[in-house]
Design a protein around this ligand. Sequence first.
Ligand SMILES: Nc1ncnc2c1ncn2[C@@H]1O[C@H](COP(=O)(O)OP(=O)(O)OP(=O)(O)O)[C@@H](O)[C@H]1O
Length: 640
Amino acid sequence: MVSPRHHTPRADGVLEIRVDVSRAPSSSISAVEGVGFSEDPEDASSIGVRGMTVAFKDLEYIVKNSANRREKISLLSRVSGCLYPGQLTALMGPSGSGKTTLLDVLAGRKTVGQIRGDILFAGHKPSQAFLRRFTGYVEQFDTLLDNLTVEEMLMYTAELKCELRESLGAKREKVAAIIDQLALGGCRGVRIGNALQRGISGGQCKRTNIGIALVTNPRVLFLDEPTSGLDSFTANEVMIVIKMLLKTGMTICATIHSPTPSCFRLFDCMMILLRGKVVYAGPNGLSAIHFFEATNPSVPHYGQQGVADNQAEWIVDLTTKAERAGLADEFAARYAESNLRAANEEVLARDMAERQVSPQILKELRTRRATVTPFYWGVKTILKYRMGRDFRDPAYLGPRVMDKLAVALLLMTLYWHIGKRNFGPNAVNIGAALFMWTILPGFAAAAYTPTLVQERPIFYRERSDGLYKAVTYLVAKLLEEVIVALVQSLIMSCIVFFPLELAGSWALFWYTYFQTTVIGILLAYIIAGLSPNMDVANGALPAFVVIMLFFVGLLIRPQDQPNYWHWFQYIDFLHYAWVAQMINQFEHTQIYIFLNLEILTFYDLRGYNKWAFVGYEAIFVGVFFIFAWLALAFVKHQKR
Ligand SMILES: Nc1ncnc2c1ncn2[C@@H]1O[C@H](COP(=O)(O)OP(=O)(O)OP(=O)(O)O)[C@@H](O)[C@H]1O
């Protein structure tokens, strides 16, 4: 895109665009006057700059039309342009014009659709891992962990995103510098909070999100509506902070809908889209206004009475009205035929040419590793920052402990000393008590779905940022739950086993319950991973558990089940758990129930090894773990 430094206003106020291609940013050293930004880190380190030219040509983005799934539509049409180091570029246009779509395409964040055209970073096609590791993307909506303070959130990201060889001290210094740079010092120790429990302000949230993107010193920073939802003062404050980042030579591109005049002035260049087509690409401000006035004689003149009297408003008014009047194609055609476009194309041709870059940059551009920290480090860091806070949060512990405690107390009081009354019909009651004890972790698994479903935007953002792999997140979440389950199961099994005076091994009684809880957690993760939202998860989990209850063995004996349902008991982990508990209870007694049938014989369980059933159930831990991983890693609910 022709940079502002290549424009001169004429005496009559009309912008004359003089392109000196030989001086336009094009090679490894950009020719932005007076700045001398470099794409070579060796040079960069000496002058502290890190930008990179992003050139894109004839971009098309094709998706299935959501209004008619049999039809395909193009949301971007032949979009070409360039982003330069040390420059702040605005992507403007009315709502729905394709700004976020273009930003996502450039940043490699699209998960659906087909992209055509070329996108080059420093003249080279980047790997997907490069985009995750060396570019920053600030989403429109905040994706922060509300339990952490601002400083913890940044340290958490730094520990997951920076190379292990960087010391903790160096990461702390980096975070301190970011806090300073983003003027977050006043709230560094304040909890981020959420809509219900207020923490930091909206502007501080936005700056914390920017801080997260800055942790690894990105070469290119993409921001989606960085000022949306902020009052004009806070919006200006955030934009000034972004503008300051240009000092490092970073390449920055932000979508912006209706900027305040002060925000608008901070942009160096802009690209305006209408219905996915470029209608202007060039310097910001008067240059754009003069372009529209010169190419569309019918547009109201800037400064004319009754017309918006600030540049940003004039441009927003013009483009929005043009879009609503169905003039998007006409505006796009005028840009396509303009000298400005021809000049832009000439500069772009230079920017697209493959250039020599340092081996270090080439290595970055070709990297295949989006995540730099190893699996164990990821698990440790997630637990370090999240677990302590969660364990102190009653809203976290409550659903994991209280429901089980209530049922355990009910079992204790309802079946008090039942194990002592070892006669016929009472054995059926003992079997029922063991049944309730066995199925409790199945129903209680409902407590584990919300965390995964609600955290999904954060999980997707952190994965896109290359913080960890799906398996790291899964193991960390599971370990955190397993610690609670371990303590909870030890207490509950004592509350139930001893007051009921049950027979057999307490270890089996406890361990089977604990193992069933772990399988329940994994089942909840599978369902959370497959469900598009909480409503589906809430409906699916109890439905699945209820189906499993029928095949546990108590409600209908396996030998009485019709052949076509017989297979189900083998995939019902609760069946194995209950059988193990029943054998544990009755293997050394001979209690006769209906028709003088001994209880284990009645259920066809006599002669089996109880620990074998514990072992069969253990297979579900492995199988469900794999399913949970597949669901988290490959089922994409984010369609962008
Ligand atoms: N699958 C789809 N089928 C049809 N239209 C779609 C599809 N996906 C996106 N769109 C449309 O593409 C357009 C571009 O969306 P995008 O989010 O990029 O707009 P935007 O300019 O960023 O808008 P805003 O300023 O409101 O965020 C919108 O009009 C949207 O409705």
